[in-house]
Design a binder for this molecule. Sequence first.
Ligand SMILES: [Zn+2]
Length: 82
Amino acid sequence: MARKKDPAANKVETKTFTVKKCPYCYTYVAVKDMQCNACGKRVGVVDSSGWARKVFDWQAYLGAVMAVIMFLAFYYWAFLAE
Ligand SMILES: [Zn+2]
């Protein structure tokens, strides 16, 4: 006789969270929130352990790259250009 699968067993894999933990300041924010209201950082979707995923911050990387380019341009202008 085939054992009937418990429908509740499948739900263990896809736990539904109502809150997720901010990876930056460790406070709980609502799952639907895409920004932490404690530290103001953007947070992603909740993972299987209840943590919010970190969102790739394009603006920060762009700012860093721009700063390096500006520095190199200044360095070239100040020391290498005739
Ligand atoms: Zn936070």
